[in-house]
Design a protein around this ligand. Structure first.
Ligand code: ATP
Ligand code: MG
Length: 270
């Protein structure tokens, strides 16, 4: 893997509704607010990233993956007022490559045309090398899905949100197995994020300690179930814009700082 692929961060999980889009959009917002040029890509046929940023859902992912359209011709700029967190640095930008239900057809198209697993990597790597973007954040559908191997071959780092139920843990283990088994994958899971965690129940404590036992330092402090997450998505703004003083945002920043440290370990300042 070339080091530059560590600038591609994928948010993946084995289960739906665990907070992937919330994490991806907020990581992208935070990086942009730190003065970086950020591209967020929505690989989920639900097209939720566009919904959150109040941009039209479009078949952009389909056109790029299936019709060889240029990413730069199809990205949409996210209004700075939606992601600019007070106290950040100047110079950042956030663009979205939106998806919609045609993304599902694109993944079948890739399979039918036997497109190489490195396709997504080959599309993204030049954008980083030429300095068009500093970071690329991939929001994904719940794995295991047909686009998963393309994501695993493109991203250097993965963030895995997981809930506390048995399905969440199982979903994470399957994600990990799939990543490790995927031949062209160099992707490293750098954070397991216990997410949407209900307030301290015996189950919660048990699952968190179970996760720690198995995955050690990779497990970051949990993001608790807090209403402001849904509120910020509803308002079409990053959490740090809607609710900068909230406990939820403080919890998120702990996760974000963990990602920044992982980037630094790989020689990348964020
Ligand atoms: N920590 C949290 N506390 C409360 N609500 C949350 C939290 N994180 C996310 N949510 C809300 O939960 C819902 C699902 O979150 P999100 O869309 O981020 O999950 P997802 O994993 O991307 O789902 P999908 O698999 O459908 O793509 C959203 O309404 C979101 O606002
Ligand atoms: Mg999502």
């Amino acid at each position: 893997m070339t080091d530059i692929l560590n600038r591609i961060i994928a948010v993946v999980s084995g289960k739906g509704g665990v907070g992937k889009t919330s994490l991806a959009t907020n990581i992208a917002a935070e990086l942009a607010s730190a003065g970086h040029r950020v591209l967020e890509m929505d690989l989920d046929p639900q097209g939720t990233a566009a919904l959150v940023w109040r941009l039209p859902a479009m078949p952009a992912m389909y056109n790029v993956l299936n019709d060889d359209a240029q990413i730069q011709d199809l990205v949409a700029e996210v209004e700075p007022a939606r992601w600019t967190i007070p106290g950040g640095k100047e110079g950042g930008s956030l663009h979205l490559l939106p998806g919609d239900n045609t993304t599902a057809a694109a993944s079948i198209g890739l399979y039918m045309k036997r497109r190489p697993i490195g396709l997504l990597r080959e599309l993204l790597e030049p954008l980083l090398e030429q300095g068009v973007y500093d970071f690329i954040v991939l929001d994904t559908p719940p794995s295991v899905h047909p686009l998963a191997p393309y994501v695993y071959a493109a991203a250097g780092m993965a963030i895995v949100p997981t809930d506390c139920g048995i399905e969440g843990l199982d979903g994470f283990l399957r994600t990990k197995e799939t990543v490790e088994a995927s031949s062209d994958s160099q992707m490293e899971i750098v954070a397991v994020v216990p997410d949407r965690i209900p307030h301290s129940t015996a189950l919660h404590d048990r699952v968190i300690s179970d996760l720690h036992e198995r995955f050690g330092d990779m497990v970051v402090p949990p993001l608790m179930e807090r209403d402001v997450w849904a509120k910020s998505a509803y308002m079409g703004k990053a959490l740090g814009v809607t609710s900068r003083r909230s406990v939820a945002y403080r919890e998120f920043k702990i996760v974000y700082r963990h990602i920044v440290r992982e980037l630094r370990k790989r020689g990348i300042e964020a």
